[in-house]
Design a protein around this ligand. Structure first.
Ligand SMILES: Cc1cc2nc3c(=O)[nH]c(=O)nc-3n(C[C@H](O)[C@H](O)[C@H](O)COP(=O)(O)OP(=O)(O)OC[C@H]3O[C@@H](n4cnc5c(N)ncnc54)[C@H](O)[C@@H]3O)c2cc1C
Length: 407
């Protein structure tokens, strides 16, 4: 009989898990709590050859994943390029990747509006319970429900820790930029490094058929700024006076904070970058967290993706890490007759924790200067260009990088 997995969470990790399991002929169902097809989740995603390869292995999709930049540059606040690095790289958007991953699985196995509220084990049988009354028992339960998981604790008790800073972010159509700004920034992975902060931008696909064509792209920007624990409470209190715990819906962000952002941009950013902020219709605010795990499985339940480890975004590895969690899992499961599943999952867990802890520590170190301490020494421009969102093959000391994907 075909073995069966129940996957909780239908975003990047959940979809990679489904695609990989399909490859080794496991049956699966995906359960996503949001009631309508997921769309428009922010944002740009930096990609690497290894991510493109993992997408191709699981889905057969071998075209480019997005827009390409050839060079990375650091600007000073007067629009002068002060450092440059040649590093060709593709940038995609969350939506583009989501659509590719979703298109390859049987839609009858992808359930929207299924919020899992509990996982229980009785007499060797593990069951996922859903708010709508569903109950699912499977050979393997895969928890892929993100950093705010209500289910992770079944496997591991660690909770997210606030990193002391936030990312303001936005997407703007290239066609809405002035000629000067578009010429200066649209083809580059751009950085500005004000004291204690980091601003960056890169082009991603626009919406519609010719979204990869110059002029039709969108520019994704991010501004990391320190915010202490008191002030984060104020920032996360919405126009309605509702206090949000971890992230605030964009329409709730108080206008005064957007005005302050633009004012600060005038002082600290080149006018090209500030134009991105001024022209963005919906600015998002994302508090940054670290989340780690001591365990990634218990019984026949595993945790993957952001739910297991969330590293700060500077290594740009969240999606690749999720794909590798699933790739390594299928290598383990391929050999499994389920009698030896504990032993196989132990080895999988050891490898995944090792790599994920490495990325967590690396990203923490990369963001360590973004804190409320004006005396802090800023990193060298070239260090930022050499380390931010680069391929695993270019990350010094990444564990066993030569054996990453054995195809
Ligand atoms: C500012 C920023 C920049 C980033 N840049 C990059 C980048 O350049 N490159 C990169 O690779 N990564 C990047 N990332 C990280 C990347 O976005 C995440 O690693 C990735 O989206 C994690 O996917 P996930 O599926 O594990 O979790 P999520 O995307 O959080 O998905 C979890 C899903 O589970 C669902 N869910 C939650 N609870 C339940 C429940 N009880 N029952 C059923 N469903 C449930 C949710 O609705 C959601 O759809 C960035 C992150 C940030 C914050």
């Amino acid at each position: 009989m075909r073995k069966k997995a129940a996957i909780i969470g239908g975003s990047m990790s959940g979809l990679f898990a489904a695609n990989f399991l399909q490859k080794i002929n496991w049956d699966f169902t995906v359960h996503e709590m949001v009631p309508s097809t997921l769309s428009g989740r922010g944002a740009g995603i930096a990609t690497y050859d290894e991510l493109a390869k993992l997408v191709e292995i699981t889905t057969g999709f071998s075209k480019t994943l997005g827009t390409k930049c050839i060079d990375r540059v650091v600007f000073d606040n007067k629009n002068i390029v002060v450092s440059k690095k040649h590093y060709p790289q593709v940038f995609t958007s969350w939506q583009y990747l989501y659509d590719i991953l979703l298109s390859q699985i049987n839609k009858n196995k992808y359930f929207l509006g299924d919020e899992c509220i509990r996982i229980d084990r009785k007499k060797d049988c593990t069951t996922a319970f859903f708010k709508n009354g569903k109950k699912i028992t499977a050979d393997l339960i895969i928890i892929a429900n993100g950093i705010r998981s209500n289910l992770k604790q079944y496997v591991d008790k660690n909770k997210p820790e606030y990193a002391g800073y936030v990312g303001w972010r936005g997407l703007i159509e290239e066609s809405r930029l002035s000629k000067k700004t578009s010429k200066a920034i649209s083809d580059y992975f751009c950085f500005v490094l004000p004291q204690n902060q980091q601003f960056l931008s890169y082009p991603v696909a626009g919406t519609g058929e010719n979204g990869l064509k110059n002029g039709n792209r969108r520019i994704n920007w991010l501004w990391y700024k320190p915010v202490n624990k008191n002030d984060i409470n104020i920032l996360l209190t919405g126009k309605s006076n509702k206090r949000y715990e971890h992230g605030i819906p964009p329409q709730e962000i108080k206008d005064i904070f957007i005005r302050k952002l633009i004012e600060e941009g005038k002082e600290k950013l080149p006018d090209t970058m500030n134009e991105l902020i001024v022209k963005t219709e919906q600015i998002l605010l994302q508090p940054i967290y670290d989340l780690k795990s001591k365990r990634m499985f218990k019984d026949n339940v595993i945790i993957i993706g952001d739910c297991a480890f969330t590293a700060r975004p500077h290594a740009g590895m969240g999606v690749t890490k999720a794909a590798l969690d699933c790739y390594d899992l299928t290598l383990a499961l391929k050999k499994s007759n389920l009698n030896n599943i504990n032993e196989l999952l132990s080895r999988w867990e050891e490898k995944r924790i090792n790599e994920s802890m490495f990325l967590l520590n690396k990203s923490r170190e990369m963001g360590s200067y973004i804190k409320e301490d004006l005396s802090i020494k800023m990193p060298d421009n070239m260090k930022v260009l050499n380390e931010t969102a680069v391929s695993i093959q270019d990350i010094n000391l990444y564990p066993e990088k030569l054996n990453l994907i054995n195809i």
